[in-house]
Design a protein around this ligand. Structure first.
Ligand code: ZN
Length: 148
């Protein structure tokens, strides 16, 4: 047996394993989250709702669907779509409700180190910029992972 050749093959296998580990994305986490969105200024001052739904976190992406449970509309679905990098979360929250579906809440937040909370602030553009000069609105949000 050519031991030199054998060790070369093993080193190659090790390098291949490292490359595969680096290329393999971290596992996606599909979990239930809930929390509050609170308008604090502009057109959304006084506007608030609670959301509950599922968020898919991983590979730098954030996505999910849920319900704005106290929005008092039959179209209370929401969807989220964005990114996460080093704990910085940037996600758009879209409403199904036709009256407010045209603009997302653009959310900027921070994912806690243990991955169980996302907190931050959001802005939303004016829904009728042609006939309104409200300048849009802004607020805060705090989401937490629901542990089973
Ligand atoms: Zn406006």
């Amino acid at each position: 047996m050519d031991t030199r050749q054998d060790s070369h093959v093993r080193a190659g296998d090790g390098a291949q394993r490292i490359v595969e580990a680096l290329l393999r994305p971290p596992p996606l986490r599909d979990e239930e989250w809930e929390g509050a969105f609170t308008g604090t200024a502009g057109s959304t001052e006084g506007f608030a709702f609670h959301m509950r739904g599922r968020l898919l976190l991983g590979s730098g992406l954030v996505s999910g669907t849920g319900r704005a449970v106290d929005l008092r509309t039959p179209h209370d679905g929401v969807s989220l779509d964005g990114s996460e990098e080093a704990g910085a979360v940037r996600v758009d929250l879209w409403f199904d409700e036709p009256g407010v579906a045209a603009r997302p809440l653009a959310c900027d937040g921070t994912l806690s180190g243990d991955g169980t909370r996302i907190e931050g602030a959001w802005t939303v553009d004016c829904l009728n910029p042609g006939e309104c000069d409200c300048g849009g609105g802004r607020g805060t949000f705090a989401l937490r992972r629901v542990t089973a």
